[in-house]
Design a protein around this ligand. Sequence first.
Ligand code: HEM
Length: 293
Amino acid sequence: MAAGDYLAVRDAIKKIIPQSSYDDGSAGPVLVRLAWHACGTYDKKSGTGGSNGATMRYKLEASDEANNGLEYARKILDPVRQQFPWISYADLWTLAGVVAIEYMGGPKIDWKPGRVDDVDEQYVPPNGRLPDATQGEDHIRSVFYRMGFNDQEIVALSGAHNLGRCHGTTKSTKVADSIYTNSFASGFEGPWVPMPTRFSNTYFKLLLSSQWHKRKNSVGVEQYNDEDNELMMLPTDMALVKDPKFRAWVEKYADDKDLFYRDFAAGFGKLLELGVIRGPEGKALRQYARAKL
Ligand code: HEM
């Protein structure tokens, strides 16, 4: 396979998305979360963090509690990497997120290659940069403003919670048990929407229309559930309807699916580029600069 044949990589990613014995039959949501967590460590002021380097390959970052469960996503992409050894993990993880969103009926997202994998741990960002779901609007703003996002972009990106679920404290699947050497748990439990493998604006509609009750889940973690205890919201999700500035965007996206798709595509595309500065040959600069030393 020719180096640089990203269409072939996309096809190989599509093939690993259906996972009959995993979650809701799809690895799509967890691939989206891998891409987001690879990028969401970015700090605008210092220029550190972000997807370049694929630093989550190193234990320090992989073992950040916020990254629990992502080992599965990284492992199922390994055979794709073996098939296309010329692609960097950093490019593969971000591309997998884009392909998964499109596969699940979401918008097309701009994606550019050129990220270079680090060869040692020196650029691994510190733990604790990803958002903590037990917090409220101030915390959400401080984390996302640090990356360079505004309120509208925060709400648009949060629409990714149309996808997937929270995994409690147990493994959710029988498949490939050996993969789960780490804890597989955020402590929260359940999906946000009834069809968690289809991209849509249902999350925003439900945020506004359902009655959400605060309760302790089976492992004693506080979350919000609907009347039937089937769907859930995180405290950070609820902050989007409590805070008036966030709420205005929740209302817009609940009303206008096309607007949400456009804004989500723009926000996710921006997320994937955080900290990725390309040199003249298109290669991301950290390694480029280091190679010249
Ligand atoms: C899942 C927190 C923003 C995409 C989760 C889970 C938590 C969480 C606790 C459950 C993890 C598990 O138990 O496996 C948060 C917080 C956010 C945030 C606190 C911001 C305040 C985002 C953003 C995206 C995203 C910006 C993408 C653009 C996802 C996806 C899942 C997920 C797709 C489902 C994963 C799966 O099914 O395995 N998030 N998240 N999240 N998150 Fe977020």
